[in-house]
Design a protein around this ligand. Sequence first.
Ligand code: ZN
Ligand code: ZN
Length: 314
Amino acid sequence: MIEVALLGCGGGMPMPERYLSALLLKYGGRKILIDCGEGTQVSMRILGWGFKTIDIICITHGHGDHIVGLPGLLSTIGNSGRTAPLTIIGPEGITEIVNGLRVIAPYLPFEINMIENPSETINIGIGKEELQIVDKTAEMEIKALVVDHSAPCLSYSFNIKRRPRFDASKAAANHVPKVIWNKLQKTGDIEYEGVLFTPDMVLGNERSGIKISFVTDTRPTVEIPRFIMESDLFICEGTYGAEEDLNKAVKNKHMLFREAAELAEAGKVKELLLTHFSPIMQVPELYRENAEAIFAKVTIGQDRLIKGISFIDK
Ligand SMILES: [Zn+2]
Ligand SMILES: [Zn+2]
């Protein structure tokens, strides 16, 4: 079971009922934070999910509404007793931005590993402890895509894999000794009595995992549908609801509700969750039909809206 909490659904400036861009993924007691706009800590306090177990922070871009909350949050994580390293992923220039923000939070009791503009999949191992970057046999994959905004900006996808089932008939057909069945399905290759055995000799077919994608801030691009393909949850910016705001969306490199819905449709996602609402749009719900005319399953974001996705639902 993975839980997704939309901590802040605002864009531009914080509003009384709408903090700025932030999303929290919780899986197996550990957490990944995506963006850290103003108000992130307040929303997290209200949720009560804790700060110490945030292992990875993915930043979309360096605009204030996505990152101004970061130095305060890092200090709070430090005060929570964390000493394990924390990874920050972001677009080109993120290291300089984070270093600048850290002038006001220079002493932290944990190390920060920076990953700037990753071009390859980041493999994450999910153990009992922190989420860690691993070379292979990853249980989660994080991918990034460069999108079209007025600053270097990344979209992210998170794919939580599901292990294939143990297949006893396959194990027998491959002459795998029974004494190593259990170990082989849970770990990697095993050499036993001079013969090399691999996990695929005892495991059934791949099973589809859980995919969550997060796309803000950007204009629609030709790469996005493939990047978000078949996501269980597609969280996308809908900075403007009204069609009349198309010129503003083009000029400011944002999207209309309709454009987000067109991406959802092209990407064959299961559900579209709209976020990053402009302060000029007081009641995003009023524009729901502009998205629903294109794509059926639309949720209008609200601060601290929580979605749970389980392997059993699939
Ligand atoms: Zn923004
Ligand atoms: Zn922006």
